[in-house]
Design a protein around this ligand. Structure first.
Ligand SMILES: Cc1cc2nc3c(=O)[nH]c(=O)nc-3n(C[C@H](O)[C@H](O)[C@H](O)COP(=O)(O)OP(=O)(O)OC[C@H]3O[C@@H](n4cnc5c(N)ncnc54)[C@H](O)[C@@H]3O)c2cc1C
Length: 294
């Protein structure tokens, strides 16, 4: 079994930032990534909200993270992690490792709407990221929780018209600020049945679950806000996740198990963005290194 001081699981913004901080603190971290470096950023066309970068492609931003890390010594393993024990033994597709500290930075994936037309490419899963592309247009936000309410509020400042569509009669959050806004329509007891128009959305079809009435609404974009699924299936044995599968940490990114940290979208956090993921990675690595130094 290979022994190491610090193992970082996931090569997205959180993992790369953690690796840079660990390497700068004098350690040679192991970084495990099972698909490709960059995580969600690698799949993002344009990023407009990473400070100091202006408007940058996801590819160029992640190249910046990677070339920064390459200035330091680290070990990259293209391997999938299957399990981590409380003793920090890491079972991977390329053998077993034992670390003094582990930083879990395996990200999250948005929950899908699972309706016709979703796979055509006209659905966004991140209002903060993509809202600006719908300036002065009409959009529909699907969901009834805090994320959906925040997304509708955020989009109301950019878009001409925002429909907030929720399958139940009551929202699970404070809807009061939205009620005041003339360009927001709250559509309750209603499900989305299809997204029409392909990559360039032209309308959506909705159905009232009480009256069964079906109608089309003109819309230029659809924002899904029906939750995220943290990539934590492989560490459920540790008992460090909440009911949604997100890892619970303190402000130093420590979990309830000594030496095991979490950073980025994988943890329970109020904002899932590149800047917060990178910041989490910095905090996690700093406290992981401090723990090893004693
Ligand atoms: C379409 C879209 C657009 C977005 N646009 C923006 C934007 O404009 N601005 C912004 O700030 N944010 C944006 N975001 C959010 C942002 O991309 C994320 O918040 C951020 O990238 C999360 O980084 P992370 O490192 O926590 O996780 P991720 O980027 O998800 O990285 C996790 C990595 O872990 C790896 N991994 C997972 N499980 C395992 C395993 N078992 N073994 C080994 N490796 C594993 C994955 O392959 C992945 O590479 C967007 C997200 C999406 C989906």
């Amino acid at each position: 079994m290979t022994e190491t001081d610090i193992a970082i699981i996931g090569g997205g913004a959180a993992g790369l930032s953690a690796a840079i901080y660990a390497a700068r603190a004098g350690f040679i971290p192991y970084l495990f990534e099972n698909v490709y470096m960059g995580g969600q950023i690698a799949n993002t066309d344009i990023i407009e909200n990473y400070p100091a970068m202006g408007i940058i492609s996801g590819y160029d931003l992640i190249e910046g993270f990677i070339s920064h890390l390459k200035k330091f010594e680290y070990n990259l393993r293209n391997a999938e992690i299957f399990e981590i024990s409380p003793e920090k033994v890491i079972k991977t597709s390329k053998g077993d490792y034992k670390a003094k500290a582990v930083i879990i930075a395996t990200g999250a994936r948005p929950r899908k709407l699972e309706v016709a037309g979703e796979e055509s490419g006209g659905v966004s899963y991140c209002a903060v990221c993509d809202g600006n592309f719908y300036r002065k247009k009409t959009v529909a936000v699907i969901g009834g929780g805090n994320t959906a309410i925040h997304d509708a509020l955020f989009l109301s400042r950019i878009c001409e018209k925002v429909y907030l569509i929720h399958r139940r009669g009551e929202f699970r959050g404070n809807i009061a600020p939205l009620r005041e806004l003339p360009n927001v329509a709250l559509v309750t007891d209603t499900i989305l049945t299809s997204i029409n128009g392909g990559k360039k959305v032209s309308s959506i079809t909705i159905q009232n679950v009480q009256t069964k009435e079906v109608r089309d609404i003109q819309a230029d974009g659809v924002f899904a806000a029906v939750g995220t699924l943290p990539n934590t299936e492989f560490i459920r044995n540790l008992g460090i996740t909440d009911g949604n599968g997100a890892i619970i940490t303190d402000e130093c990114m420590r979990t309830s198990i000594g030496g095991i940290f979490a950073a980025g979208d994988v943890r329970r956090t109020p904002l899932r963005q590149i800047i917060t993921a990178a910041a989490d990675g910095a905090v996690a690595a700093t406290y992981a290194c401090a723990g090893i130094e004693g």
